[in-house]
Design a protein around this ligand. Sequence first.
Ligand SMILES: [Zn+2]
Ligand SMILES: [Zn+2]
Length: 201
Amino acid sequence: MRINLPGTREEDCFGWAYGSVDEVGTERAGQEYLQGLLRQGRFDLERLLEEPAGVERGEWAHEHMRQVCIEMGLYVAQAHRECTEGGCPVMRAGEATYYCASHERPQQCSALGYSVHTLDSAVHTLGAATAAVPRRQLQSMARRLYRIFAHAYFHHREFFERQEAASYLYARFVRLVRKYGLLHEAQLIVPDLPTTVEPVA
Ligand SMILES: [Zn+2]
Ligand SMILES: [Zn+2]
């Protein structure tokens, strides 16, 4: 039974995982299965990215992308303490500045605005899709989402490192885009970190 019984210690809550995606048996089976894997071991990136039996590559990429967006929502909410409208009035990553494409016409939003708007539109696209979204669409999504991490890396390094040590979210994202060919190497402007290139022991 997958419930947290009264008196369960906090670290033991949600401790279950599923044997297969089919076993989940809900409409959002892929998502729940992935969340089960994350609860078991969020630092085991190899295992997380391995397609479960019966799940197509494209579906698994879609599922991961959606999960990354969910976690990035929290990431951006926490970045808000140091990434303010006044401090970062435009979206930059190093020298480059980026327009926000989540509007009828691309416009310049603050780094925080860019992050929120980009995430909103990605979550909407991924959630509204009835089948795995095409790779081309995931690619443009990945390009925009990547800038949120790159902004944190180049302009809020301490925040970036603190978050990354606790979550490996950026490492997971990089491995995801490499595995499914969603970004070119030249687009990965944050230098490789041990976690983005090597399997985690
Ligand atoms: Zn900022
Ligand atoms: Zn915007």
